[in-house]
Design a protein around this ligand. Sequence first.
Ligand code: NAI
Ligand code: MG
Length: 354
Amino acid sequence: MKIAILPGDGIGPEIIAEAVKVLNALRLPLEMATAPVGGAAYAAHGHPLPEATLALARDADAVLFGAVGDWKYDTLPRHLRPEQAILGLRKALGLFANLRPAICYAQLTHASSLKPELVAGLDILIVRELTGDIYFGQPRGRRSAPDGPFAGTDEAYDTMRYSRPEIERIAHVAFQAARKRRRKVTSVDKANVLETFQFWKEVVTEVHRDYPDVELEHMYVDNAAMQLVKAPKKFDVIVTGNMFGDILSDEAAMLTGSIGMLPSASLNERGQGLYEPSHGSAPDIAGQGIANPLATILSVAMMLRYSLQMPEAADRIEAAVQRVLADGLRTPDIHSEGTRRVGTAEMGDAVVHA
Ligand code: NAI
Ligand code: MG
C-alpha cells in the first residue's frame, strides 16, 4: 500500500512527524513518500498544489495531510492561496464523503462546553456529503429581482440540488460505517420545507433496504441541532448534506472540547482517502513544539481502518492514545490541573511507547 504524506504549513510538519513516527512503529508493509503542499509548495514551486504532488496523491492508496495556510500568504490572489490545495485535492480525487468523528475521551470531559455526564463516553460519527448541495449548485449569482414584492431591486441567489447517485453513494458510506459501529444511522434533512431534502429522505430510505441490520431514523436539521446539545449520546452515525454537515460537524466538535483531538477522513468511490486533523495550520503556535499531534495520529488510525483495511492496527493506535491520556500526559491545549504538560514530540513518543 502506498501513502502520500503532505505536511503543509504551520504546525503541519510538526504533527505529521509524530504521526509518521507512530506509523513506522507499527511496522506495516507501507510505502511512504512525502511532497510539499500549500504555502510550502508555493514558496518552493510557485503553486500550492504542484503537478508532482498531485500525481503522488493520485497514485497513493491514501493521503496523510497536515494542514495548509499561513498569514504570510493572505495577500496572494485566491488561486495561489495555500487553501486552494485542499480544494484541488478534493476535486482531483473525487472525495465526496467527509467523515468526522466527535469523541469525548473520559479524561477530557472537563474540556467540553456541556455537563460531563452528557458527554462522557460520547462517540459519534458525522458523515457529510462534500461535493454537492447549495455550495456548488448552479445557477447562482446576482441580478435584479425579476418578481415578488422586491422586484427590480438587487438580489443574490444560490441553488440547492442533489442527484440520486450523489445521495445513494453517501448513504452507502454511512450505512457501511454504522456496521463497523453501533448500527444506527440518523439521516438529517429539512424535508418538511425543501424539495431537495424530501428527495434525500426518499433515496436514503431506499438505500436502507440493503442494510436491514442497521437502524435508520430521520430527523429535521433544526431538531438535530437541539439534540446534539441535549442528548448527543443518542446518535451513532449522522449522515447529511454538505451545508447541514458543515454546521453540525463543527457543533459536534465543540462537544468534545478540543479541536486538537479530532481526526477526519475524506473518501472517494474507490475507497481512496485523504486523512487530516480537523484543525488548521495554527500559525499562532507553529514552531514552538507545543501543538497537539493526537488529531493527526488518530487520522492515521482512520486511514488504516477506512482505506488500508488494517483495523487491528487502527485499534492499536486508538488504544495507545487512550493510554497516554489515562497516564495523564497533556499538550497545553488540553492541559488541566494535576496532569503532566508535554510537548508535541514527547506526546508522539508516548503514543509509540504505549
Ligand atoms: P486553526 O484550527 O489553525 O486554529 C484555531 C485555534 O486552535 C488556534 O488558536 C490554534 O492554535 C488552535 N489549534 C489548532 N490546532 C491545534 C493543535 N493541534 N494543538 C493545539 N492547538 C491547536 O484555525 P484558524 O486559526 O482559523 O486557521 C489558521 C490557518 O489554517 C488559516 O490559514 C486557515 O485557512 C487554515 N486552515 C486549514 C485547514 C486545512 O488545512 N484543512 C482547515 C482549517 C483552517
Ligand atoms: Mg466548517
